[in-house]
Design a binder for this molecule. Sequence first.
Ligand code: C5J
Length: 220
Amino acid sequence: MITVDAAPFPYAFPPDRVALIVIDMQRDFVEPGGFGETLGNDVARLQAILPGVAGLLKVFRDNGWPVIHTREGHRPDLSDCPPAKRLRGEPTLRIGDAGPMGRVLIHGEPGHGIVEECAPVDGEHVIDKPGKGAFYATELGDILARHGITHLVFAGVTTEVCVQTTMREANDRGFENLLIEDATESYFAEFKAAAMAMIRAQGAIVGWTAPLANLQAAVT
Ligand code: C5J
């Protein structure tokens, strides 16, 4: 077992049963001109974690541990996008509308792609998910079962939406979850802090959190 100094108490994982899940590091959320910005958000907050996510990817790649990337998005005909998701609120652009990076959150459009700094390499899985949670309507559970994974390390955006939703789904399926604090971010500082507190509360009710440096120290 490898033990990481984490909160609310140390996180131990078997190195042959751990995988990294990088949630939705897509241009539409992270880059200026994408969906996130059109919703009125400051994407600079998300760009600040790019070195953290890249450093975390390096740890997993150097050790030969599985890496899974997710992308939130929909089919061009929007048949997998519930109207409740598309029509809610008053955004300047809705899912499927044409924007500066192509149609918003549509498979294959430039904005749907993963930012260069976190781009998948050969052998890594890329999961396309229509929802916030990465287990819903995807092959993620089957992939993890095939690899014999019991422990999941999480990164990506946004902390309180797709990251936390996927961690909760994973928790209910029996996985032991660690969120890397400087490899996840929200458009709202207070929501990130609250999500991390909720994850760690009541004796790691959803999982653990730790800075990247603590994981790096544990594996060297
Ligand atoms: C959102 C996500 N925030 N990846 N998606 O709509 O968290």
